[in-house]
Design a protein around this ligand. Sequence first.
Ligand code: GTP
Ligand code: MG
Length: 238
Amino acid sequence: RMSLPKITTGSKNLDTLLGGGIEVKTITELFGEFGSGKTQICHQLAVNVQLPPEKGGLSKRAIYIDTEGTFRWERIEAMARAIGMNPDEAMENILYVRAVNSDHQMAIAEELKEIIPKENIGLVVVDSITGHFRAEYPGRENLAVRQQKLNRHLHQLMSIAELFDVAVVVTNQVMARPDVFYGDPTVAIGGHVLYHAPGIRVQLKKSRGNRRIARVVDAPHLPESEAVFAITEAGIRD
Ligand code: GTP
Ligand code: MG
């Protein structure tokens, strides 16, 4: 497998699990229950993509598409400070977009083709990819339409990952007991939305205190193993 540039997560354990970090030209799906660390990892990556390659970044900027209103500039400041990065510069290098509904989210994704080459973007975050779709097309009776729209959105993001040297990271909240939602492929066993799309699926689980456990699912080129990481004041660490 060709070695692609990667962005460090801030945790050596997690980087090792991922074969070095979050890869460009690839969609990485972070899925797991509430509080499992999806949003915190996205914040950390938006900071770390700005690092020079020798420090685990791409010397590039990030676009953060926030669908849930959980993005926090203060968190970016703290994470930047913790690695000796100027917090104001770190914030200037993150293009924040709030997507108010699924149509808006897809319209933003369409615009990425113009924005990415102009703005020296190395990372696109969609946190979360599923929230609006689930809210607007609830229940099993809307499943087919929801999945169809979500697939179209995924294809937008896939073509962006393929066209440009950017990493695309999406999050997907799944319940701790996915069996309750058996039959819904967006929350079924495994729980991930990329289940028939190329990409890396990372399952996150809560452990004791600030500890979290990550596992890569369905990735033949990566070992079936787990990594333990922590969500600290400074950000994602071992
Ligand atoms: P949902 O979006 O609800 O599905 O959860 P998530 O997977 O995005 O979880 P998130 O990344 O928001 O993780 C939340 C956890 O991160 C909290 O339970 C805290 O333990 C930790 N956390 C969030 N903000 C801070 C912070 O400012 N400092 C520290 N030390 N920990 C934080
Ligand atoms: Mg979140």
